[in-house]
Design a protein around this ligand. Structure first.
Ligand code: 5GP
Length: 130
């Protein structure tokens, strides 16, 4: 899939629309999800035009790949999630219900999240969801 320069996260990166920033460095921006699915729900995005994890790892320069992954860890640390634990997740494509076509890693935390992919992956009721 070609990168859409007008996707919502590209606009956030260009400061065209606001976000509730948690962490930023040369490689990544982290901000609160507008529709949180857990007490803490933050998105970390790389500073570059990549649709998905496959696109990013195939085409991004090594310093950006490393810097982005470090930023995910630092963001979780800064949110105070490291001790009690948290979940990271990245949707890619239709089967995963990726809504925004700019790579993003979700960080969920702030409560026991339940077992992964059993019923609701965030510890809620019923099938589906994240
Ligand atoms: P996806 O389904 O693509 O993995 O997740 C996209 C996420 O982006 C959703 O959790 C959604 O709530 C969030 N989101 C969509 N638009 C905005 C926005 O304008 N600002 C913020 N902060 N989050 C957004």
């Amino acid at each position: 899939m070609a990168y859409d320069e007008n996707n919502i996260f590209a606009k956030i990166l260009r400061d065209e629309i606001p976000c509730k920033k948690v962490y930023e460095d040369d490689f990544a921006l982290a901000f609160h999800d507008i529709n949180p699915q857990a007490p803490v729900h933050v998105l970390v995005i790389p500073k570059g035009p990549y649709v998905s994890m496959a696109d990013f790892t195939a085409h991004a320069p090594d310093d950006l790949v490393a810097g982005f992954m470090r930023a995910v860890g630092k963001t979780a640390e800064e949110l105070g999630l490291a001790e009690d634990g948290y979940r990271t997740l990245a949707n890619a494509g239709e089967n995963a219900h990726q809504e925004v076509p700019h790579l993003h890693i979700h960080i969920f935390g702030g409560k026991p999240l339940g077992p992964m992919l059993v019923g609701h992956a965030l510890g809620g009721e019923g099938p589906g969801g994240y």
